[in-house]
Design a protein around this ligand. Sequence first.
Ligand SMILES: C[S@@+](CC[C@H](N)C(=O)[O-])C[C@H]1O[C@@H](n2cnc3c(N)ncnc32)[C@H](O)[C@@H]1O
Length: 279
Amino acid sequence: MLRAGMKFEGRDLMSEKVDLYNNSYGNPGADVHREIRTETYGQDFGQTSWTTSEELHEIPQVLALSSASNVLEIGSGAGGCALHVARALKCRVVGLDVNAEGVRQANQRAKELRLDVLVRFEQADACQRMPFDDNSFDAAYSNDAVCHLANRAGVLAELHRVLKPGGRLLFGDALVVTGLVTNEELATRSSIGYYVFAAPGQNEKLIAEAGMELLSATDTTTSAAAISKRWHDARAARSASLIPIEGEANFAGLQKFLQCVHTLSTEKRLSRILYLARK
Ligand SMILES: C[S@@+](CC[C@H](N)C(=O)[O-])C[C@H]1O[C@@H](n2cnc3c(N)ncnc32)[C@H](O)[C@@H]1O
């Protein structure tokens, strides 16, 4: 069996597992993390995704939201995007994430911002049946979390079930394989967790099979290329502060991961596509 650390002719056969989310969600207020996010995204929403600030600001319009909307976010992380949407529109948002620390931080931030009447975050595995009634939400979105979910057909069927007729779904998938990728690159690109890579056209097919109409599929690979470079460089400039927090091996592993995202997206061998669909 292949294990992390095994070598063949001096090469890693499998990348070591690297922690991104616990590190980010566990120290959200640390100055060094705030500085890195600001340098990476231009604005700090506590993000850990390839969603640019511009894309994030466009979510209400793309999803046709109003103050009456009830919105679902899948993989809400530390909650920054959901809180931004709720604050901007005064609408209701529910965020689901499997990461307990992310959910805790997100609910705490909702309280601090006095948005807890509108927004709540629940710890749940989005691969399972979602804890909501049929036709509950006007819209749903996911910033780069769908690639972490097993059984994508089942997840899309669940999203179809909980969306109201006409409800919109927006999600980004940065793991569409559009070129040649080596086993080492796949291992490094997957080193922060469970990932599912998709063939071109696969998401379109699954959206249709779930009973939804695809409104657009936009190539945003350049966002992943730019964000991964800025994130890598902002971290490199602060290695002296980061290594005591996350450890030398994890620091190096995350840098290797970000460099890999940058190379694969710059060379368009992995693409990030943003899908907008309607029930
Ligand atoms: C790329 S991050 C995006 C976080 C946040 N949306 C953002 O924009 O910064 C992906 C998120 O998906 C979450 N996730 C991974 N697997 C999941 C699962 N099975 N169910 C729910 N959330 C999951 C991770 O914990 C992480 O917070």
